[in-house]
Write a protein that binds this ligand. Structure first.
Ligand SMILES: *Cc1c(COP(=O)(O)O)cnc(C)c1O
Length: 233
């Protein structure tokens, strides 16, 4: 142990301060370690340090680390771009798929989950910055998607997720976090079958405090826990 454990503690302290400032309880904010590019060993260190879940971005990387028991002791989430043909590798292994953005993907997840006798929890990813290169549904398409998903028996929508645009100043993401909060409140007030909107997943290493100020209850933190990622592959 050592650095990763210290970093998790430091992130928890920042979460606690941000929560307090916002008049909220730190315990209502889940800390998901964004584990991409980190070895199974390092990921497991984060688990032992007490993160609430691990979030992996790529299916292949997830399967490799899963085999090595990297995530044992914490729930596993999928937070990356997901292709329909990879769904079969995730359902049954992950407790939450955070990055669902189409009715087709929902249907594929639902089919696989039903075949295993499971209900898969998912979040709908919202493209809140309206960036063409990014995944996620546009805010105005959200209700239609939820309407379609409410017919599926193998998925349960638990909330919304967003990755705001890369900005030079982290506090500039505040405007996107505010938009997400409004969307979350609005969607929550509507009633759909199979859908219970209670998770708002937003905020990363550079901006999670702003996200918490705007109501995030799930932050996905990578580099502040593991250090800067080294992209070798
Ligand atoms: C990498 C990643 C994060 C964490 O990013 P950091 O800036 O390293 O904290 C969060 N969410 C998603 C979807 C990611 O891919």
């Amino acid at each position: 142990m050592g650095l990763i454990e210290d970093n998790v503690r430091a992130v928890r302290e920042k979460i606690a301060r941000a929560a307090e400032k916002a008049g909220r309880e730190a315990s209502e904010i889940a800390l998901v370690a964004a584990t991409k590019m980190n070895s199974a060993e390092r990921v497991h260190e984060a688990v032992l340090a007490g993160v609430d879940a691990c979030g992996e971005n790529r299916v292949q990387e997830l399967l490799e680390k899963y085999e090595l028991s990297a995530y044992e002791g914490a729930p596993l989430h999928f937070i990356g771009t997901l292709q329909k043909n990879k769904v079969k590798y995730l359902v049954g292994k992950v407790s939450l798929i955070q990055s669902v953005d189409s009715a087709e993907l929902c249907a594929a997840i639902s089919r696989k989950a039903e075949s295993l006798g499971l209900v898969q929890d998912i979040l709908v990813e919202v493209n809140i910055g309206r960036e063409e290169a990014k995944g996620g549904v546009y805010p105005e398409a959200l209700e239609e998607l939820l309407g379609q998903v409410s017919e599926l028996r193998g998925v349960h929508v638990r909330g919304l997720m967003a990755i705001p645009p890369n900005v030079e100043l982290d506090e500039k993401n505040f405007v996107y976090f505010t938009k997400m909060r409004n969307l979350f409140v609005d969607i929550r007030s509507k009633k759909y079958d199979n859908i219970n909107i209670d998770i708002l997943s937003m905020g990363m290493s550079g901006d999670f405090e702003y996200a918490i100020a705007e109501g995030s209850n799930m932050v996905r933190v990578g580099s502040a826990i593991f250090g800067e990622r080294v992209y070798t592959k």
